[in-house]
Design a protein around this ligand. Sequence first.
Ligand SMILES: [Zn+2]
Length: 61
Amino acid sequence: MAHPKHRISSTRRDKRRTHYKAVAPTLAACSNCGATFKYHTVCPECGYYRGKQVVVKEIAV
Ligand SMILES: [Zn+2]
């Protein structure tokens, strides 16, 4: 099996990881209700996607 010849020091490992960053998701405003939600997803508030109702929200009894 492939095996590293030398140990990578914690400094070298951590320096490599300085480029690993979390990216903020692109947010969109719903055209129907104005709620803010993640792009390319159905609006969690009203169930609209690209101007059409695709998910009908169940009304709590
Ligand atoms: Zn909406």
